[in-house]
Design a protein around this ligand. Structure first.
Ligand SMILES: Nc1ncnc2c1ncn2[C@@H]1O[C@H](COP(=O)(O)OP(=O)(O)O)[C@@H](O)[C@H]1O
Ligand SMILES: O=c1ccn([C@@H]2O[C@H](COP(=O)(O)OP(=O)(O)O)[C@@H](O)[C@H]2O)c(=O)[nH]1
Ligand SMILES: [Mg+2]
Length: 239
């Protein structure tokens, strides 16, 4: 491992480099880049760098994703938005999606994954944020099977329930699921079905847990550090 970085020691302190290569996210980034590196050590046929952004309803996933996308050049794919668009289009699945969302339940994996796949294929960046998916272990397993990749990184926004409820009730986007009855169901589905996904990726060292209380800017500063360390290492590897 150290020989790969020997030439960098001129410009980066050994301590800084050691702390970077111990970080699980950075380790994965190194593996991603080294597995498809060409002769010049620079990635030749890059696979997309996929980040799952998870957190309870109202934890701030969408708000933070917009900032990550604009500052770090990621494509932002919101699974919920893709489903809402599909629901409002003359699609054969529209009615089913509407009923599931209204009940705070989870849309069948095949539908969501086909929308995500299409969005990945038309994304203009090879760095992708998938916001609000996978929602369950069944979603996760189906994604890994159908798309054939695991995420490189998982961001998990940890937020108290009362704060999430307050934010959703103030969201004012006219959503059919932003009412107290559906919110209660969504919170239960999040605990019962989505948290096991977070635990799965935690056990693989892929999760960066972000405390999602405070102002949008305070939270983004925590998020920014994760992506800034990735960008820094990527710049080093592209020397
Ligand atoms: N840190 C924050 N403090 C207060 N309100 C926030 C914060 N982050 C987001 N919001 C607001 O809370 C609501 C839910 O945020 P959103 O990003 O849509 O969350 P999610 O996508 O996780 O449901 C939105 O109205 C948003 O403007
Ligand atoms: O992969 C997904 C993403 C969303 N949803 C449905 O869409 C709703 C809204 O999701 P979104 O991520 O937009 O809500 P948020 O967590 O951002 O409030 C969820 O409650 C689910 O009913 C789903 O079934 N599968
Ligand atoms: Mg959202």
């Amino acid at each position: 491992m150290w020989r790969r970085f020997a030439h960098l020691s001129l410009s980066i302190s050994r301590t800084k480099l050691q702390s970077l290569v111990r970080d699980p996210t950075v380790l994965k980034l190194i593996n991603t880049f080294s597995s498809d590196a060409g002769n010049d050590g620079v990635a030749s046929s890059r696979k997309p760098f996929i980040t799952f952004v998870l957190g309870g309803p109202g934890s701030g996933k969408g708000t933070q994703c917009e900032k990550i996308a604009s500052i770090f050049g990621f494509a932002h794919l919101s699974a919920g938005e893709l489903l809402r668009e599909e629901m409002s289009s003359p699609s054969e699945n529209g009615e089913l999606i509407r009923n599931v969302i209204k009940e705070g339940k989870i849309v069948p994996s095949a539908i969501t994954i086909s929308l995500i796949k299409r969005a990945i294929n038309s994304a203009t960046s090879d760095k992708i944020l998938i916001d609000g998916f996978p929602r369950s272990e069944e979603n996760r397993i189906a994604f890994e099977k159908i798309i054939g990749v695991e995420p490189d990184l998982v961001i998990f926004f940890e937020c108290p329930e009362e704060e999430m409820v307050k934010r959703i009730l103030g969201r004012n986007q006219g959503r059919i699921d932003d009412n107290m009855e559906t919110i209660r169901k969504r919170l239960k589905v999040f605990e019962d079905l989505n948290m096991p996904v977070v635990e799965h990726y935690s056990s693989k060292g892929k999760v960066h847990k972000i405390t999602a209380t405070g102002t949008v800017d305070e939270i983004f500063e925590r998020v920014r550090q994760v992506f800034a360390s990735l960008r820094y290492l990527k710049a080093c590897l592209s020397f």
